[in-house]
Write a protein that binds this ligand. Sequence first.
Ligand code: TYM
Length: 328
Amino acid sequence: MRILSGIQPTGQFHLGNYLGALKHWLKFQDRDNECFYTIVDLHALTTVHDARTLRQNIRESKIAMLSIGLNPEKSTLFAQSQVHAHTQLGWIFTTLTPLGELERMTQYKEKAKQALKNNGVNAGLLTYPTLMAADILLYNPDYVPVGEDQKQHLELTRNIAEKFNKTYGQIFKIPNPMIYKETARIMSLQDPAKKMSKSLGPQHYIGLFEDESSIRDKIKKAVTDSEKEIKYDPKNKPAISNLLAIYSGVTDKPIKDLEKELEGKSYADLKSSLADAVVAHIAPIQQKYAEFTANFSFVERAFETGAEKARTETEKVMELVSQKIGLE
Ligand code: TYM
């Protein structure tokens, strides 16, 4: 199978990114699929306008991707800006996409609201999903592993593919999102009604490269629910269910087994076991991060080779697209 996914280089990855998406990228890689994983640095430009910050974030994201176990021998790893076909096809897709559909996107509405408070809403925030559709469709993937928050963008991508195929002739395969139920939406540690994200503030998320004491402290201070029972019930016990989802994600134990193990235990016990499990799971990733940081030229080469492969792949598709739409 062909797999494609992407992540924005907007600073340190957190457990939401990792458990909702990145960890599943690894599973596909290790089952002999043809995987393309990209750092979507052009998407990051919709919110980051400082060159030093962006450069640093891209660098750290490249190191992080290798540190979690993505292997450049098995997966094609590249930065979106290294492959120009993404912007080319993205533009073509904007000409096929009704404005209303872009204005309806939840992520756009949220980000636009935020942007209004700062520098105003740039047009890139609106056309974000057409570039994302290009990221995906250029590689004709069967599956796109993402967290729940990207589902709407995937639906739009499918619509764009269908519209293109209908207007110009069949080129694009209709991709399927791959969303894993229990980790589809890792929630904030302080407000389990909101998804974990860095924009909520430092107490709301756990960064993959945070130090142990800070991780333990954040888990200790995580909000819990009323009553005492440790039970997975997202509707009535959202905070405890979220902690169980994270626990299951970092141990690969089914939530049912964890509930049994923790029967009769207190919320404090749950938090302390969870903190141990998180720290144990990410320690080797942090170790690798230090190693790859010291050997950044290896990381750069891996992304250069990946980008070369991605360019070859996309050139064929763009030739066909150009022909179909009348550019040659
Ligand atoms: P981004 O960079 O915000 O997040 C990367 C991945 O992490 C998932 N994720 C979560 N999953 C569960 N719980 C959470 N709290 C959580 N927070 C983030 C996201 O769903 C995503 O899978 N638009 C995309 C990037 C993108 C892309 C693509 C993805 C651009 N082009 C092509 C797939 C294919 C985004 O902003 O993800």
